[in-house]
Design a protein around this ligand. Sequence first.
Ligand code: DAT
Ligand code: MG
Length: 191
Amino acid sequence: AAMEQTFIMIKPDGVQRGLVCSPFPSPLISSSFASFIHSSALHCVKILPTTILFLFSPSTLEKKGEIFLVIFVRRSGLKLVGVERSFAEKHYADLSAKPFFGSLVEYIISGPVVAMVWTGKNVVVTGRKIIGATNPAESAPGTIRGDYAIEIGRNVIHGSDSVESARKEIALWFPEGISEWQSNLHPWIYE
Ligand code: DAT
Ligand code: MG
């Protein structure tokens, strides 16, 4: 399988529920969100720099050696952002004719999200497997949605569904580009 990148986003419910770890302590988020969402004309309103590896710790994701997160301080592949309506509509443009489009957009703009890029062999498909089925009622236990979510409209996480949509989504969410780096663990995980 080829090395790939995929776009993964912790949705507002995942952030508010504290499912991402210490760089984004959830009590801080609700109070600061209102001010930062108004603080810029950019689509992705504000980037809070992160220096620390995070994640649904200590569960699924860290254990999966196949996944490498692309993380750092500047030109980040991981950021906490508030999303404007027009940006959310663009991200979900393919679903604009669906009856749930309005509520989906409301949900995505209801609080900050954590946007990130994962890199790895076959990571688009693997990312989707780790995330689980769209409807948490059908997501297997052990998947993120299966373990953390109940309703389809609060399914805590997004992952690109193909290499092509990953490319589009990464370009949309990270127009500034992302820094590539390789973990020292790489040769212990990949042949
Ligand atoms: P996924 O997020 O698994 O890629 P999708 O791209 O088909 O699923 O839809 C995007 C989001 O829209 C999904 O995470 C939750 C919401 N959604 C999808 N189908 C829905 C439905 N039938 N009713 C309500 N919300 C739905
Ligand atoms: Mg999708």
